[in-house]
Design a protein around this ligand. Structure first.
Ligand SMILES: [Fe+2]
Ligand SMILES: [Fe+2]
Length: 170
């Protein structure tokens, strides 16, 4: 019981909640998880936004499990779930970038591959404490740099008038 209380305290201390100005007493205010989807994350392509929502939900679950000091096996299997989700998502993005001839596709694909390698590395050391630290760093970087940066770049390219790459029948 004491461990449980300590874990909850760690979780509360570690999460930076943003309170919305609801005018309700503090304990009834709506809180936003740092990994929760926000409209400003939208890249403007519905399928991609929907998949990013699922990925961020998965990120939040893993983050919560780490902060609550859950068993390494719980975190391990959540990371496997994340990897499966990421594989599907990357396949969709790769197809989209190829269809529209996105010029930076190779660099973007390398970033996806590095994320998967990193997940594998973390899975291999998931019984160690350092794995959790690595995982939190990876999730935060991915949210800020990839979803809000790299993905927006290819989406802007497509939405700014790119057309599908046509067959060359010469
Ligand atoms: Fe993405
Ligand atoms: Fe991507």
């Amino acid at each position: 019981m004491k461990n449980e209380q300590q874990a909850l305290k760690v979780a509360n201390d570690a999460l930076i909640f943003e309170s919305e100005p609801t005018g309700l007493p503090p304990e009834k205010k709506t809180v936003t998880h740092p990994m929760e989807w926000k409209n400003e994350y939208s890249v403007g392509i519905k399928t991609i936004d929907d998949q990013h929502k699922m990925l961020l939900h998965c990120f939040a679950n893993i983050q919560n499990s780490i902060f609550a000091e859950q068993a390494w096996s719980t975190i391990h299997y959540s990371i496997i779930e994340l990897k499966e989700l990421a594989l599907i998502h990357f396949a969709v993005e790769d197809a989209l970038m190829e269809l529209f001839g996105y010029p930076k596709i190779a660099a973007h694909q390398r970033t996806h591959q590095n994320f998967l390698y990193k997940l594998d590395d973390i899975l291999n050391i998931s019984t160690r404490k350092s794995a959790n630290k690595e995982m939190l760093k990876l999730l935060e970087e991915w949210q800020k740099k990839h979803i809000l940066g790299d993905d927006r770049d290819y989406a802007d390219f497509i939405l700014s008038g790119a057309t599908v790459v046509r067959s060359n029948n010469n």
